[in-house]
Design a protein around this ligand. Structure first.
Ligand code: ADP
Ligand code: ZN
Length: 765
């Protein structure tokens, strides 16, 4: 007899087998109600198995919650792959596949009651009612003038239901129940004007054709089995092994080259073929223009675009999810977790800004949204486009090896040349300015003044929050640090506080140095607030605004500010990396990068790549209209390759030298790299646990696997916990993960130690 293997909802990850009652169409991915001890619970069917003879009868499951499985078979298959690749439980993956909001029944669709007046009652009836029942009379009068002569029962006022009941009895009105969609855009915050496609230039046309050719290929079965290496999935079922999935397309287009227009037209083709489209972006709130353009282009059919924000209410999320599952919303835009959106007939996946780190989930399951998207495309046999002005070296190397297809947009769509980038050596500037913080070079100040005179806009970029980085005593060198994280606290001027940006710890600013009692404890370094202050002094006439996480806490603050900047109500925008993304402002002709070195000196082999990406993306904000753009980069290390290649807009040059380095030192993309971290409030126990694991990992270490030494994490203390880590590298992800899993399974961890395994880790702090 077949049995259903069911994962019970709730934090404890219980899995039990239940007998399937005759005739109940239970398949993997279904939601069911099952008996659990003396209650009943909700659960998800992971598998349908042939039940073994256990010597007792399995309890039967109670009922099927939805007629169709909520998790499609393809997504369940992707889930299994994720569990094996990232070394996490299938239970944790199911939680990601089926959001909390969808699992909780309380969120199910809202039903509202409506009252309709189909025909006017004869005058003598009205008269009678007016005399006997004034309340009923009022209701009839309201309905007679309502749009469609229909109103929600709730809108008829308190105690209306008895009167309505009576009116229904007399056959005068109709009472209906209707499902009401909770529309996340219902506040009408923004009016979307429909727009039409732009005629593509030759490069864009070629890119579109390459993408469409890839989709045509997705439909042709062939006899070659897909390659089992790298990101393509293992062969799981036989039917699929007859199909060669088309290669993922890497669209490398310089900033402003019109990638979005290519996405839009590819999406249109896909929709016209009756298929659906998934668009992944790094973060919804930072890509308002991309979202707006999709909404505008696909405004022809109402509600066909679903945007999965992180700030949807549970009810909205529930409704959006079901609209997607039912195929009503045919285009889904969302961040990382939207990769699991249950779109039927998926035809195209677009991963915009594919190099962004935010695609990696930093909690279990620690999947990479882009890589899961590639996997999903292959499972669903649909086209996938990864787009970026600065592709990740992982994706770029895949094109060099022929696993991905490279398509390029080398020039800006508007015919403008890429902006001129000047690199200024701040060591010289500091000598010139004699002491002080040398925040603004003369060159940059003059450039800002020129823009003000011409009524053009500027963006200043600084990758650091707060007024000053830390508080350091000039006499004894004491730095105010977080008691939980051992990191320098940041000084915030607005509320005169010191704050830890890791755990949020706050402290008052000391009057005297806590160490030597010197009252001269001074400000070190500078942040966006300090820049704002300096600018206000130097350019008193300029209208200046600041975008960073501190200033943007208020809801909609970011959107309002960006709109004001778009409307040219602001001359100079100061920001952190938040503004390095896909914003598009035609009147910006100057971008200043105040301290390009931040990020170069961190313990991470991707530091150079990050700085290159950041400079290129930020520079791409300049000269996006008809006016020519200029970029000024202030740095203390003007000759670093990341800065020089970015300056020459030379991605290939950068990639070549960086890939050489990675190959030489056996870093990704030439190896797979994972980090194993132990954490505990007891320093010794965290350290000892990791040492034990290290010793066991070393025993029968598979060939080709490199095991690093256990050491304190760069951020030794965080949230009151001590952290130790070791790095593992190997040619194949799966064998690495398997080895670690085996060791973890046979090791009993002390109760107060947590061990975290992060495959394809992007963060090493
Ligand atoms: P990217 O996404 O590559 O940064 P966008 O798609 O935002 O570039 O395009 C940059 C600008 O160029 C936009 O204002 C867009 O409307 C415009 N654009 C795109 N394609 C064309 C084209 N073929 N002709 C003229 N303008 C275009
Ligand atoms: Zn802290």
């Amino acid at each position: 007899m077949p049995a259903a293997r069911v994962l019970i909802d709730g934090p404890s990850e219980l899995v039990f087998d239940y007998a399937i009652p005759d005739g109940l169409p239970v398949v993997p991915g279904c939601r069911v109600r099952v008996p659990l001890r003396n209650k009943s619970s909700n659960g998800t069917v992971l598998d349908v198995v042939e039940s073994r003879d256990l010597g007792f009868a399995l309890r039967p499951l109670e009922s099927l919650s939805d007629p169709e499985p909520l998790i499609t078979p393809k997504l369940l298959e992707a889930g299994r792959w994720i569990a094996g690749y990232y070394g996490c439980s299938i239970e944790s993956v199911i939680r990601a596949l089926l959001p909390e909001a969808v699992r909780t029944e309380d969120n199910s669709a809202k039903v509202r009651k409506f009252v309709t007046l189909d025909t006017d009652p004869p005058p003598e009836v009205l008269e009678k009612i007016a005399k006997r029942a004034p309340k009923q009379s009022t209701i009839l009068a309201l309905l007679a003038v309502a749009p469609d002569r229909k109103m929600a029962l709730a809108d008829l006022g308190d105690g209306a239901s008895a009167s309505v009941k009576s009116l229904v009895k007399q056959g005068l009105v109709r009472l209906t129940e209707e499902e009401v969609r909770r529309d996340p855009e219902a506040d009408g915050s923004e009016e979307i004007l429909p727009d039409t496609p732009i005629p593509l230039n030759d490069e864009q046309q070629a890119a579109l054709e390459a993408i469409l050719a890839a989709s045509a290929k997705s439909e042709v079965p062939s006899d070659n089995p897909p390659s089992a290496e790298g990101r393509t999935p293992p062969l799981i079922t036989d039917h699929r092994s007859l199909i060669t999935p088309a290669k993922p397309v890497l669209l490398h287009g310089v900033t402003g080259s019109g990638k979005t227009e290519v996405y839009l037209q590819a999406a249109r083709h896909t929709i016209d073929q009756g298929k659906t489209v998934l668009v992944l972006v790094p973060e919804i709130s930072l890509t308002p223009q991309t979202v707006r353009r999709f909404r505008a282009r696909f405004a022809d059919v109402q509600n066909q675009v679903a945007v999965l924000h992180s700030n949807l209410s549970q009810g909205e999320r529930f409704d959006e999810w079901h609209r997607i599952r039912k195929g009503i919303a045919r285009i889904v835009i969302g961040a990382r977790s939207a990769v699991f959106a249950p779109l039927p007939d998926l035809g195209l996946i677009i991963v915009d800004e594919e190099h962004e780190n935010s695609y990696k989930q930093d909690q279990v399951p620690r999947y990479h949204g882009r890589d899961v998207a590639v996997l999903r495309a292959s499972l669903e046999n649909c086209t996938i486009v990864l787009g970026s002005a600065t592709p990740s070296l992982e994706s770029f190397q895949n094109t060099l090896e022929g696993k991905y297809q490279l398509v390029r947009l080398a020039k800006r769509a508007d015919g403008q040349s890429l902006p001129l980038i000047r690199v200024l050596d701040m060591k010289l500037e500091k000598q010139k300015q004699k002491g002080g913080m040398a925040i603004l070079s003369d060159r940059l100040r003059v450039a800002l003044e020129q823009r003000l005179e011409k009524n053009e806009q500027s963006i200043l970029f600084l990758n650091r929050r707060g007024f000053a980085r830390s508080l350091q005593c000039p006499s004894c060198g004491h730095v105010c640090t977080c008691p939980h994280c051992a990191l320098a606290l940041t000084y915030h001027r607005e509320d005169e506080r010191l704050m830890c940006h890791i755990c949020g710890h706050q402290a008052v600013v000391p009057r005297k140095c806590p160490e030597c009692r010197d009252p001269a404890i001074a400000l070190q370094g500078y942040g966006t607030q300090k820049v704002e202050e300096v600018l206000a002094k130097v350019l008193p006439k300029a209208k200046i605004a600041r975008i960073d996480a501190d200033a943007m806490r208020r809801k909609n603050a970011l959107r309002d500010l960006l709109n004001a900047f778009q409307a040219r109500k602001i001359d100079i925008l100061i920001g952190t990396q938040m503004i390095a993304k896909g914003l598009h402002f035609p009147n910006v002709t100057l971008v200043g990068i105040l301290n390009a070195d931040i990020g170069l000196h961190v313990p991470d082999f991707r530091a150079g790549e990050r700085v290159f990406q950041l400079l290129t993306q930020v520079a791409g904000r300049a000269g996006r209209g008809t006016l020519e753009g200029e970029v000024i980069v202030q740095t203390f290390t003007p000759h670093s390759p990341s800065i020089q290649f970015a300056r020459h807009h030379d991605f290939d040059g950068f990639a070549e030298q960086e890939l050489d380095m990675r190959r030489q030192f056996r870093f990704p993309p030439f190896t797979r790299c994972a980090v194993l971290t132990s954490r505990s409030t007891h320093e010794r126990r965290a350290e000892f646990t990791l040492q034990t694991l290290h010793r066991r990992l070393k025993e029968d270490l598979p060939p080709g696997l490199e095991l690093g030494e256990p050491m304190p994490s760069p951020l030794v203390r965080s949230h009151g916990q001590f952290r130790f880590q070791l790095m593992l590298r190997g040619p194949k992800a799966r064998s690495l993960t398997k080895h670690v899993q085996q060791v973890l399974q046979k090791t009993t961890l002390p109760e107060d130690v947590t061990v975290v395994f992060d495959m394809d880790a992007l963060s090493f702090t």
